[in-house]
Design a protein around this ligand. Structure first.
Ligand code: 2P0
Length: 336
């Protein structure tokens, strides 16, 4: 099929992922190459749907996000994914139109950039008529946002840091699909407002100023293997231990930066305290938190009742804006 007659429009959907072993720090900023690997669970319900088109009436590159045109910084990030694909498809001269809608509060530490850049990658490749392997799509999504490489895959995914300077070997791979383990994830929404410091800036600042950064990065490989083994064996308490450890070590690294980087608020710590109380009463639950104030609770289905009840009390107290319940989600896909 010639370039001129090819359908140049496609829609794709990708879901957010939450890291159980955290990515924090880059060895190459331009290519989003991480200092260490990471491991995540992709979630259902929280997703981005993106339509990409290269049509004759596109006057200039444009991105409409949740109904509004974005500024140059966000567009530039999207073009880091679009440019290599449209060059490869010999559509380099064609302006792109991108329309993207989130079910996630954008930039609230709920990884909407991961689902957004993953959906954009899949939609752009399809609109360009390129049939690429999922791991290749993952490496392309990484150029837009590091964590996006993990959102190509449903269930549990592991992002290998890679060693090459060109980053070709720095992509995620699927470990266990969404049916492997019926975990439940409840997001405790401390705030859905836009965060102040971007992850990219936060990582750069931490790497440049935190004396703990080398120790954090050095601890990741052992956590990756421990998490993968725990998930393979569906060993909840082993996964709880490694996930909480990875999360707290990442936040300790950020807090050791100069000046310190504090994403967690007192309400976030209150949620963590409630998780400790639930654990003491026998509930199978653990927490994780990223570059924002929200806390994610992972639990077994039989512990969902007590988790719900405890978080409902925090909503009543005014400590939380609300909660979002979700479970393991699917691969990114092109929509018909
Ligand atoms: C993660 N985070 O592993 C970690 C934990 C936030 C805390 O990946 O600069 O938006 O685009 O590569 O992917 C968020 O960082 O950063 C992130 P860039 P990204 O999920």
């Amino acid at each position: 099929m010639s370039t001129l007659t090819r359908t140049r429009r496609a829609t794709a959907r990708a879901h957010v992922n939450i890291a159980l072993v955290k990515y924090w720090g880059k060895r190459d900023v331009a290519l989003n190459l991480p200092a260490a690997g990471s491991l995540s669970l992709t979630l259902d319900r929280l997703h981005t749907t993106t339509t990409v088109s290269f049509e004759d009436d596109n006057a200039t590159d444009a991105l409409i996000l949740d109904g509004r045109p974005v500024g140059p910084g966000v567009l530039a990030k999207a073009l880091r994914v679009v440019d290599p694909l449209r060059r490869r498809a010999e559509l380099a001269e064609r302006p792109v139109s991108i329309i993207s809608d989130n079910t996630v509060p954008t930039a609230a530490g709920l990884a909407s950039s991961a689902s957004g850049l993953a959906a954009l990658t899949v939609a752009t490749a399809a609109a360009c008529g390129l049939d690429l392997a999922p791991t290749e799509l993952s490496a392309l999504a990484r150029l837009g946002s590091g964590s996006a490489c993990r959102s190509l895959f449903g269930g549990f995914a592991r992002w290998d840091a890679g060693t090459r300077a060109d980053g070709i070997d720095s992509c995620a791979r699927p470990l266990f699909d969404q049916r492997h383990w019926d975990l439940r994830v409840v997001v405790a929404l401390v705030s859905s407002a836009k965060k102040k410091a971007s992850s990219t800036d936060g990582m750069g600042h931490t790497r440049a100023t935190s004396p703990y950064h080398g120790a954090f990065v050095g601890s990741v490989d052992a956590d990756l293997d421990a998490a993968e083994a725990a998930i393979g064996a569906r060993d909840f308490s082993a996964l709880a231990r490694v996930a909480e450890r990875s999360c707290l070590r990442m936040h300790a690294d950020m807090l050791a930066a100069d000046p310190p980087l504090a994403y967690l608020r007192c309400q976030s710590w209150r949620v963590i305290e409630v998780v400790r109380e639930l654990q003491a009463s026998g509930a199978a639950v653990f927490f994780s938190a990223d570059a924002g104030p929200n806390v994610k609770l992972f639990c077994l289905p039989e512990s969902l009742g007590p988790v719900r009840e405890a978080l409902a009390s925090l909503v009543d107290e005014g400590a939380l804006e609300g909660t979002i319940e979700t479970r393991p989600g699917p691969d990114a896909e092109v929509l018909p």
